[in-house]
Design a protein. Structure first.
Length: 206
């Protein structure tokens, strides 16, 4: 591996647990000798998970040291992807998509509803009760069900209106079960019922 001169990473007190280290080594082993840097996203995920859901400079630079990368290169990766958080989050991280399909379908109103219902007040802030952080993110790949937001690492809530967005927030606050997926009742990204009937009729199957 070619090593250029760069300042030493400042890892603070951060270090992988034995469990995380075993996973990190397994990820690194997937790549050819000298290409350890290819594992940087995996290791940042591990660091974020161990650090309670966010990355501080110490965790980022620990990954740089682990992979023998210049610290600035790892900071660049960590600051580019929105799945890496740079401050502590509330228990529920609501990530509202704001890209084209969602924006055309009302993501501005979804953001406003989330900010008001959670009490966060502004994007990136955490509510006083520590329950919520609301962020805006780019396309999450559910454009056919716009507008939508993701909660936590994996749950998508789709076909939102301001009212259904508020209902999801209230359920999360009250610890009630929530049902990810379309909030309008349609199955997956099938056409809404009215449109489906029209399409079937046009195809002579209605
Ligand atoms: S534009 Fe929002 S999911 Fe793609």
């Amino acid at each position: 591996m070619r090593v250029t001169s760069y300042r030493d990473p400042e890892t603070g007190g951060f270090a992988f647990s034995e469990e995380a280290k075993a996973k990190a080594d397994a990820y690194v082993a997937r790549y050819p000798e000298g290409r350890q840097a290819s594992a940087v996203l995996w290791l940042l995920y591990l660091a974020q998970e161990q650090n309670g859901g966010w990355l501080d400079d110490a965790a980022i630079e620990y990954v740089a040291r682990y992979l023998q990368m210049a610290p600035i290169r790892v900071h660049e990766v960590a600051s580019f992807f929105t799945m890496f958080n740079h401050q502590p989050l509330g228990r529920h991280h609501i990530q509202v998509c704001r890209t084209t399909s969602c924006w055309l379908r009302g993501s501005d109103e979804i953001v406003a509803a989330c900010l008001e219902e959670t009490g966060c007040g502004r994007l990136g802030a955490t509510s006083d009760d520590g329950l919520f952080t609301v962020s805006e993110v780019e396309c999450l790949g559910a454009c056919a069900n716009a507008p939508m937001f993701q909660v936590g690492d994996r749950d998508y809530f789709e076909d939102l209106t301001p009212d259904t967005a508020r209902a999801v927030v209230r359920a999360l606050r009250d610890g009630k079960p929530v049902q990810p997926g379309s909030q309008s009742g349609r199955t997956s990204s099938e056409p809404p019922a009215d449109n489906r009937r029209t399409l079937l009729a046009e195809a002579g199957q209605g």
